[in-house]
Design a binder for this molecule. Structure first.
Ligand code: 7TS
Length: 404
């Protein structure tokens, strides 16, 4: 098994000093750093092979096209999709969800129902809310308990033959809860409803098998998976993607265009209008190679003890409120320090050389649930160390002392 010291050598930014201080990067939920192999693959492509895709008959363009398709195959294998055509390149999770909400959502009729959960990121709330408004569909929400668990009985009550789609996060970006997706997909399918999983926070912690989950759509972003920004994936079952109308139109996604009529390519190309994020797609391919080499077992073995250590240290400090205590969770810790505004705490953490996020984390309904404006959130990646957790805990103690 690779050690954390070996892994850290792949991430030069982790040893960068800012204001003379070694930084502890605990904001992996917002974005992750990229290993050298990904950076090198992207710069090598720009230096030696840069070209557009699906256009030229010349060597470089054909090579770029082949490399992008190679990434599609890698993603297919990585998430165990049945076919390559089920893998659509998007800008990120947000665009993937918008694609489904707009395209699949256009089939919703007045009185149809859409179910989401109270713990969604805005990216998995707003597109559904807007499509319900435009289609006259009804928007319903599964609540969660104070421990950060979805109310499965409420879900049972909300489900009916009117439910057309259920959109759920696999892992909450605030509470860290890993939801029982497979069970929820099974329940929804009994009513003929489709299920979209927002995998933005799950895929960097857990191996994903879309056939085993049997979800209809699965979305994630490259940049939260130790890969580039500007590239994300929409997985969709072939039968569904085939019947869905295009999301955006223009170049690349068409078959024949006349002024009277346009015909479109098949999935996935009909969903990929315009020039693709070629460098980022190739970078995502290198990211998957890198992660497959490390392996999810190693990722779990590195992350879980850090999460347990951070939680047990934090719980020993008086006057700390932690939000979310699900048994199955990822390394995401949201909390507040009594009497201290999260933003003030964030500034002091920064002075102490601890990078973390404070705010509502694009999940305002979670803040409303707890009656708070914001939380402090520390989030762990496989390259973090026990020393960095210690630094974080010292930071919490200093902030408490400062505001006493
Ligand atoms: N869904 C979840 C669960 C997320 O955590 C995020 C981003 C998104 C969707 C959107 O991803 P994007 O790549 O399209 O932007 N979450 C966060 C966060 O927690 N802090 O910053 C971004």
């Amino acid at each position: 098994m690779l050690t954390v010291d070996e892994i850290r050598k792949d991430f030069p930014i982790l040893s960068r000093k800012i204001n003379g201080k070694q930084y502890a990067y605990l904001d992996n939920t917002t974005t992750t750093h990229k290993p050298l192999s990904v950076i090198k693959t992207m710069t090598d492509f720009l230096k030696k092979e840069n070209s557009s895709v699906n256009r030229g008959v010349y060597y470089l363009s054909q090579k770029a096209t082949a490399r992008c398709e190679e990434t599609r195959e890698k993603v297919q294998r990585f998430i165990n999709a049945k076919r390559e055509e089920e893998v659509v390149f998007t800008k990120g999770t947000t665009e993937a969800i918008n694609l489904v909400a707009t395209s699949f959502g256009s089939t919703l009729k007045k009185g149809d129902e859409v179910i989401i959960t109270e713990m969604e990121h805005h990216a998995n709330i707003v597109p559904w809310q807007q499509v319900c408004l435009s289609q006259g569909a009804i928007f319903k929400v599964i609540p969660f308990s104070d421990s950060g668990m979805l109310d499965q009985e409420a879900f049972d009550r909300l489900l009916s033959h009117k439910t057309k789609i259920v959109a759920i996060t696999h892992c909450s970006n605030v509470l860290g809860t890993i939801n029982s997706i497979k069970k929820m997909v099974e329940k929804a399918h009994k009513y003929g409803a489709k299920v979209l999983i927002d995998g933005a926070q799950a895929i960097q912690h857990l191996p994903i098998d879309v056939q085993d989950l049997d979800c209809d759509f699965y979305c994630f972003s490259g940049h939260k998976l130790y890969g580039p920004t500007g590239i994300g994936i929409l997985y969709g079952k072939y039968e569904l993607l085939s019947m869905m109308p295009p999301y955006q139109t223009g170049g690349d996604m068409i078959d024949i265009v006349t002024f009277e009529k346009t015909t479109f390519k098949e999935t996935p190309y009909k969903f990929e209008a315009g020039t693709s994020a070629i460098v980022e797609i190739i970078g995502l391919g290198a990211t998957i190679d890198y992660l497959e080499n490390i392996g999810y077992e190693t990722i779990t073995l590195l992350e879980v003890p850090l999460l347990e250590y951070a939680m047990s240290e934090l719980k020993q400090i008086e006057g700390i409120s932690i939000y979310g205590s699900a048994a199955k969770r990822a390394g995401i810790i949201s909390f507040n320090i009594d009497g201290v505004h999260a933003h003030d705490a964030g500034t002091i953490f920064d002075d102490e050389g601890v990078a973390l996020r404070v705010g509502h984390h694009c999940a305002q309904p979670i803040m409303t649930h707890f009656g708070i404006p914001a939380t402090i959130r520390a989030s762990i990646g496989f390259y973090n160390t026990k020393e960095e957790i210690d630094k974080f805990i010292i930071g919490v103690k200093k902030i408490k002392e400062f505001f006493k």
